[in-house]
Write a protein that binds this ligand. Structure first.
Ligand code: FAD
Length: 557
């Protein structure tokens, strides 16, 4: 090791650690900076790993953004791979380090320390868990093992345990490799950060791709049919053939080292930091997946381990550790993922989370085109906006669709950061030309729909609630106002059909004492029909949010 006395020592060499190292060097050209990491690789793109398995990214070297010699030659930073920090003495400002190759120990002293130890996958202690071909995906070593297993050509069936974001990305990429995939999820929906109605849109799409999705069922054990490798996954309800298993049931922060050193942890055992990324111990900072944050909507501590957050936290920690002053304000849990042809994004609180936080919630599900409807490549996106009924402030958004989702998620992220109301969002001056948006962007349309609900101008009902109430045998009329051809192509079971252009002259066919729930394809005609019926004196009328595009409970012809 170059010197056992460092001005800045960083533990962990991926997103947060290497961002911190590079930024610290830019801030302080003369400082002695070193990074220790227990892995053989540094500065790699964990987020790109599923695409290497799917052979979308062909060369594993592309995942490794920088190697230790680069940091030495370009930044004069010493990076020590396969060196594990085993203890931090916060009084003497020393870190005990184990050289995993030489099997020897050394002690490094520091003036400032940044802990960027990240997180690790949760591995459930189930019978058969140590059989071969049961993998987690976190590191470069993991991805190389999984890729080799897939490349062997012996994997016909794979089971993904856990239907979260990584589970979904792995599903798509294994299907790309010609593997039959089944996802097993303990909850009653995949993609737990999303509300069920939005997650169901993704589930339907995934199943249309031939993927088996089993929800409300947990894995109990793995069996190997007498051999070393897994052959069967046994859930609470069934046995699934499996030549390969990917465990993606969640991660936990790597904070044992910090905890044992007297550094305080908070939510989900992540390291408590202030907005300067300082821990409770002077001169010790934490950043990335091992560190706690603050949720910008609730103002409460939050642990949202994401690469985008890790890099920003690492930067702030570096600035402060080198004598500067910067702050990391918090997170919105902003996420985006590609699941086959769908783009799936979320920012802020879901409706479920908002209710749990005690907000009085109003929400709207609104399908819209991502570009002008007449433009050739226009695709639908389905937006769910969630707002606080009292303050009329937006709380969160979820967007699913084949069209452009990321820009709308980022618009909402910006709006949420500045505490915008639904009304303010509906008046944003967003860019427009036919290849990019409708003249009123989908976000503005959605904000207008939610604004109408918030002001009591219209009353909507979520498709999931219509399905629940129908399943409970509740009495109400479901009115389809699409054309004859659309109706014949598939409609909600038991719905009455009156096309919008005939509705005003056929209102006598409807009984005003009944509750009437209207739908069309995307919501616009249902909104017109709502107004027609209201004007005709019908009092108990609602339109179904998102109409057929958001209905995932089957159609009859
Ligand atoms: C498959 C996959 C897909 C992802 N996709 C996305 C995405 O699309 N968008 C997004 O924002 N995020 C994504 N993420 C999350 C993102 O990769 C992480 O948030 C990010 O890697 C966190 O960086 P980090 O530096 O905090 O921690 P880590 O990447 O966990 O790095 C910490 C490093 O510290 C090392 N270490 C731990 N303890 C010690 C010790 N005692 N001594 C020495 N070294 C130690 C670890 O071995 C590791 O090398 C994805 C993650 C995975 C696995």
């Amino acid at each position: 090791m170059a010197s056992n006395s460092q001005d800045l020592l960083i533990i962990g060499g991926v997103a947060a650690g290497m961002k911190a190292a590079a930024k610290a060097r830019r801030e302080s050209p003369a400082m002695r900076i070193a990074v220790v990491t227990d892995e053989p690789y540094i500065s790699y793109a964990g987020c790109g790993m599923p695409y290497f398995i799917g052979n979308v990214i062909k060369d594993s070297k592309k995942l490794i953004l920088r190697e230790p010699p680069y940091f030495k030659h370009m930044h004069n930073i010493d990076v020590f791979t396969r060196h594990q920090a085993t203890a931090i003495n916060i009084t003497s400002k020393q870190v005990s380090v184990r050289d995993l190759e030489k099997k020897s120990d050394l002690t490094l002293s520091y003036d400032k320390l940044i802990i960027a130890t990240g997180a690790q996958p949760i591995i459930p202690p189930l019978p058969g868990i140590s059989l071969d071909n049961i993998f987690t995906l976190r590191t470069v070593s993991d991805v190389l093992r999984i890729r080799a297993c897939v490349d062997s050509g012996k994997v016909k069936n794979a089971v993904i345990v856990g239907g979260g974001l990584i589970g979904m990305e792995m599903t798509e990429n294994l299907v790309l490799r010609g593997i039959k995939v089944t996802v097993v999820e303990l909850l009653d929906q995949i993609l737990p950060p999303l509300d069920k109605d939005m997650a169901m849109l993704v589930q339907k799409h995934v199943m249309e791709k031939g993927v088996g999705v089993i929800t409300s069922d947990g894995v109990k054990s793995f069996a190997g049919n007498g051999g070393d490798a897994v052959t069967t996954v046994i859930t609470g309800k069934q046995k699934l053939p499996a030549d390969m298993v990917i465990l993606s049931i969640g991660i936990k922060p790597n904070t044992k080292l910090a905890q044992e050193s007297g550094i305080v942890t908070g939510i989900s055992q992540s390291i408590k930091v202030n907005e300067r990324m300082e821990t409770n111990v002077p001169d010790v900072y934490a950043a990335g997946d091992c560190a706690e944050s603050v949720h910008l909507v609730t103002g409460k501590p939050a642990w949202v381990p994401l690469g985008s957050t890790a890099a920003k936290m690492g930067r702030v920690a570096a600035i402060n550790a080198t004598g500067g002053n910067d702050t990391f304000q918090g997170v919105l849990g902003t996420l985006i993922a590609k699941v086959f042809e769908l783009n799936v994004g979320k920012v802020g609180l879901s409706e479920r989370e908002a209710l749990k936080e005690g907000f009085e919630v109003e929400s709207a599900i609104v399908p819209a085109g991502d570009k002008s409807h007449y433009y050739p490549e226009t695709k639908d996106i389905i937006i769910k906006l969630i707002a606080d009924k009292t303050t009329k402030k937006l709380l969160g958004a979820e967007i699913v669709g084949e069209g452009v989702v990321d820009k709308r998620i980022d618009i909402i992220a910006t709006a949420l950061t500045f505490g915008a109301t639904v009304d303010q969002i509906s008046k944003l001056d967003l860019a427009y030309a036919p290849p990019y948006a409708m003249s009123m962007d989908a976000i503005i349309v959605a904000a207008n729909v939610l604004g109408n609900k918030l002001s009591g101008k219209t009353v909507g009902i979520l498709p999931s609630r219509v399905a629940e109430r129908r399943d409970r045998g509740e009495e109400f009329v479901v009115l389809d106002v699409r054309t004859e051809m659309e109706y014949k192509g598939g409609h909600i079971k038991g719905s009455k059909h009156i096309p919008l252009d005939k509705l005003a002259s056929r209102t006598q066919e409807l009984d005003g004492s009944n509750e009437i729930i209207i739908y069309c394809r995307a919501g616009l005609r249902a909104a017109h029909a709502y107004r027609i019926l209201k004007n005709a004196g019908f009092s108990n009328v609602k339109y179904m949010d998102g109409s057929i595009l958001a209905w995932t409970y089957g159609l009859e012809k």
